[in-house]
Design a protein around this ligand. Sequence first.
Ligand code: F6R
Length: 618
Amino acid sequence: MCGIVGYVGPKSTLDVLIGGLRRLEYRGYDSAGVSVISPTGHLETRKKAGKLVNLVAEIEEHPLPAAHIGIGHTRWATHGAPTDGNAHPHLGGQTQKLSLIHNGIIENFAELKAELLAEGTSFASETDSEVAAHLIAREFEKTGDLPSAFASVVVRLHGAFTILVIHEDQPDVVLAARRNAPLVIGLGDGENFLGSDVAAFVEHTKRAISVGQDEIVILRADSVEVRTFDGKTVTHEEFTVDWDASAASKGGWSSFMAKEIADQPQAVADTLMGRLNSDGSVRLAEIDGLSHEDIKNLERIIIVACGTASYAGDIAKYGIEKWSRIPVQVELSHEFRYRDPIINKNTLIVAISQSGETMDTLMAIRYAKELGAKVLAICNTQGATLARESDAVIYTHAGPEVAVASTKALTAQITAGFLLGLFLASIRGAVPAAELQRVGLDLLKMPGRVSHVIEGLKQAERLGAEMANAKSVLFLGRNVGFPVAMEGALKLKELAYIHAEGFAAGELKHGPIALIEEGQPVIVIVPSPRDEDSLHPKVISNIQEIRARGAKVIAIAEEGDNQVSSYAENVIFVPECETLLAPILTVIPLQAFALALSTAKGLDVDQPRNLAKSVTVE
Ligand code: F6R
């Protein structure tokens, strides 16, 4: 959480910083601020509570000088309310010549603050971050060596941080440090950049380097040096960002979320690209690191993820187990890490994350690796910490997802999960190859079907808008439809701030049916009538049970399901497909429903309250 950007070079620093913050605003939007050093050597800072527009207005009112070095921050508040005073940057030292921005939490800040207070330092904010600004300024005043002052302080900090610092007395350098929080360097020609992720600078350069754990960056216009906290120089391989800057802009859509829903045919197609042969067999060169022997010896797969990504895991589990016959367990990363799970070298951990920076998921994989498990990441962000720390990565090629609520990343994650299941199954040989290829061939048709669903979203949008006054919406599903129901409910909670829950339809009579009263909206994910396990009649019975008690039912059903219309007030049809693949289609009307309901309530769909896109603190 929190977005950071740093720049040194000939361009207008303010434009680079504000442009970067605009692209990073999804990481937090409680306040924003920038510091620059003017050509005459003066540090100037502007910061403002609220969204970036407030900062932009503040700068219009109190302009900043032209500058060629600066840092910028967009905040998701942890320590201290989202006020102007608590906004970053924070100034350090008696002379206030040092400016610092921070993403993360300094866990030992109280002890460090006590040390500074005892020396008479006064504080301008309630944040943990300001402590680091004063400590670095104090060390610099003693030694006059900014990089060593910086290094001596960052090793004293506990917790998670990316910290950027500039100082009036060293106006050509930005210093940065990273522990348990993301930091990427953008390499330019006579200019260099720092950012929480590549979105911060992708409009200026596509050449990037990921900074490793416990490393310091000394960034100048014409040089970049990376050192470990204990002073050893390190080199990292450069990578090329494959996002186009325009992919991270709204491009005429009313919101990023609307655009990202519409991006889904491409996201699914790009995730499949190069991984499915025309005969339906799967090749996943990315996991060559796992030998056939390793795969044959696997005793268990544990999928770790949070939120929407965990629902992708829940959905993938059905396919992976059915095709490969390897037992799969899906765990919320934060629960997994703290419950002493049973793991050995024959356990494969699959970590799913759009950002690749979710701290809970990173902690989970680090723990699993300590216990000897291999880790495979399904990740959407190149150069992310998760990708770097995993033994292998299947990238979802959904492109940048900016809206806080995940949409296209989810459908890409489900797609990648199914590819993994088919691949493992092809090696394990528990299911005939022809059956796997039949599913693979059907998977190849999914982008076209996703397009078809998107073309028909008007009905879901109308129903969402009509329910703007609903106090609660329930979602029911069975089998692969169950995690889809939970995802539908999560989208509604986070976007429309109303009570929503997803239940397994079979669980209804064990309690949740008591919630049903006259007029209660219930969205039901109806399995295919062609389903061999006869789940369809069971769900139809569930619909009858809730309708008898007054529920207003919206069904998401397969085209050609002639029965369902007699039982539901409204039916949204999606195309036929292999039954296990259906979530890639059925989840989309739920995204559109939540978007329309939230919009009808006049809410900010891209930046819902209290949330941030990447949860980089535990
Ligand atoms: C909900 C949503 C979140 C994320 C979760 C994990 O719409 O976006 O629930 O799915 O915070 O984030 P990543 O995938 O970045 O690890």
